[in-house]
Design a protein around this ligand. Sequence first.
Ligand code: AMP
Ligand code: GLY
Length: 427
Amino acid sequence: MNVLLIGSGGREHALAWKIAASPLLTKLYAAPGNPGIAQEAECVALDVSDHQAIIQFAKDKSIDLVVVGPEAPLVAGLADDLAAAGIRVFGPSAAAAQLEGSKGFTKDLCARFDIPTAAYGRFNNAPKAKAYARSVGAPIVVKADGLAAGKGVTVAMTLDEALDAIDQCFEGAFGDAGAEVVVEEFMQGEEASFFCICDGETALPFGTAQDHKRVGEGDTGPNTGGMGAYSPAPVMTEEMTARVMREIVEPTMRGMKEIGAPFQGMLFAGLMITKDGPKLIEYNTRFGDPECQVLMMRLKDDLLVLMNAAVDGQLGHMSVRWRNEAALTVVMAAKGYPASPEKGSVIADVDEAASDDTLVFHAGTRREGDRLVAAGGRVLSVTALGSTVTEAKTRAYAVVDRIDWPEGFCRRDIGWQAVRREAEAKA
Ligand code: AMP
Ligand code: GLY
């Protein structure tokens, strides 16, 4: 098979690495890719927002499958345009990608199909949103409806914070994404990321992970795209997984089919495991980044076989197998991330750093001659397997410490919840 992978982050490097290992693969292309992805694929400088250019490339190169990594092209209808041109694509239609593209859409779907989530209101003006926030009281959560690169959510501990966040949304802080606002109940519990590969009809559980969204150690500082992750997530026991499938994912699949937008691709449920059971925080319609990196390290099966089955509506006959080991990834970011990452610093000793159980996935890197330089906020994703999360953590940080990049930083406490659990279980 000839495969075209869309994207350029650590998630896509992990996907490229796994796809490249498939015996089904003839040739892998990536658009636009990055220097790490270039070790697995031929990178092509296509403009991802130019759907005609992607269709033409896919025809010229006899592409058998397009894999879309990030959400923006999905919400923009890339999968629809490819499918209309007769090109097979792993990833949801624009209608199905509304699960990520509009928080209000997802909340309404939850209400209609009885899917547990935080109580909410949907508003297109500040006075009504504020009146609702006042009636509920703090803590309360304010969300820009649309895609806001992970920045549109304010978990407000005071009413004033919530009112400010509402003003910011309607004053355009998130552009069009904030023209509508969801105000919702604050939920308490432990968070988990839960993935399902979907073919429109069947959803197959596809692993669990825990992300670390705050930039600083001890989960402090501003939110980021994710500073590290580990898999599996200990809260997602077999019973909890079965319950989430029954109460959240399966009704979503049925609901999406019923409204004429069957979901094909990777469904990523952000969950809050509360004392009343699992509740949906939000959906994403793609792999997580950096969650994908730990999932790919643990996946035993051939990813292309599974993606083909998703595209062809054949997942009902499949299962997914995982290595018993845990995996953990540490994101190395450029100083100043997330507000204003410094670009252009030189990163040395990356290729020498990895070992048998560890891989260094590239995100925002660029080659300048024979030097590797930082070209984004999140720059590397250092990923390791271990018999426990604690062991994976030790291995990952040993690699981090061999990379020579004074202008980079990382959290030193990735995996802290699991490491503490493992220590308690041993004692
Ligand atoms: P999101 O960008 O939607 O993933 O939200 C970012 C983070 O905000 C989530 O990972 C949660 O930690 C937090 N969050 C979102 N919604 C709620 C809620 N209703 N209650 C408590 N925390 C929330
Ligand atoms: N790491 C969270 C996300 O990909 O949305």
